[in-house]
Design a protein around this ligand. Structure first.
Ligand code: GLN
Length: 257
């Protein structure tokens, strides 16, 4: 069959024609070249930029937030994060912090028992890995998590990450039975904030770089120091998502005021 006749048919017909290996070879030989040329073309690069922009916008809206999940109420934090549109990721090992490749955008240290958490953290250099992570990325401690973040812990003193310039006194309001729910003033837009306190610590002193956003009896109950947030209560146990939304905004690099 003459080549010209063959070329009149579709490329598919030509490729299926056992008598036409020349065209097939030509097609295959040039497809690599064509792909390379397309990849270098302004059209392809425009697509790539748009794709990257869309990806970045998606990540801003749905940041991946780790929740330290060795003890305490991490599941409630994961659910609260999901309600804000963030993607929670449970952190059970130092590897889960993924300090290498595709890292987390932030981390929540939940409430629970800070001494029990410390015991876990002291294995396999988890404490050091956590400190490295929290020094680089936004972090939010609630209750026991706030105790872990503090510069100094009292009643009794214990080891801490030293990333929040604050003195935190454990069990400052008494025992489990003294746990309480209060609604108090906050600087967060939207009026007074419900705060669930469970064997809560007290932030008894803060450094000059720490801003109080809510108070209990005149002591800061919610604070922020740059990319570090800490609460002596459990915002994950209330329906109000303002506190988590603030942290998610911080983790996604969005303006927070
Ligand atoms: N009392 C706990 C501690 O000292 C904290 C309580 C909590 O996280 N709700 O670690």
């Amino acid at each position: 069959m003459a080549k010209t006749e063959k070329q009149r048919g579709s490329i598919k017909d030509a490729l299926l024609d056992p008598s036409g290996p020349e065209l097939e070879d030509h097609f295959l030989a040039h497809s690599g070249e064509r792909n390379r040329r397309f990849a270098e073309s302004p059209r392809a690069q425009g697509n790539e930029t748009r794709e990257e922009e869309a990806k970045a916008a998606y990540c801003r809206e749905h940041p991946r937030i780790g929740v330290l999940a060795i003890q305490g109420d991490y599941a409630a934090h994961a659910a609260a994060l999901q309600e804000t549109g963030a993607t929670p990721s449970l952190v059970k090992t130092p590897e889960d912090l993924r300090l290498d490749g595709q890292s987390l955008d932030g981390l929540i240290l939940p409430g629970g028992e800070s001494t029990t958490m410390l015991k876990f953290l002291e294995k396999r250099h988890f404490f050091e890995a956590l400190r490295d992570f929290c020094a680089q990325k936004p972090v939010f401690g609630t209750c026991a998590g706030t105790i872990l973040l503090a510069r100094e812990v009292l009643n009794p003193p214990q080891r801490s990450l030293g990333l929040l310039d604050a003195v935190v006194e454990r069990n400052a309001y008494g025992r489990q039975i003294d746990s309480t729910i209060l609604t108090a003033e906050t600087t967060l837009p939207g009026g007074p904030l419900e705060m669930v306190f469970i064997r809560a610590p007290r932030i008894s002193a803060i450094g000059p770089g720490v801003e109080a956003l809510a108070w209990r009896d005149g002591f800061p109950a919610l604070v922020r120091q740059g990319a570090v947030m800490a609460a002596t209560f459990h915002p994950e146990l209330s329906h109000d998502r303002r506190v988590h939304r603030l942290f998610v905004a911080l983790a996604s690099g969005a303006p927070t005021r």
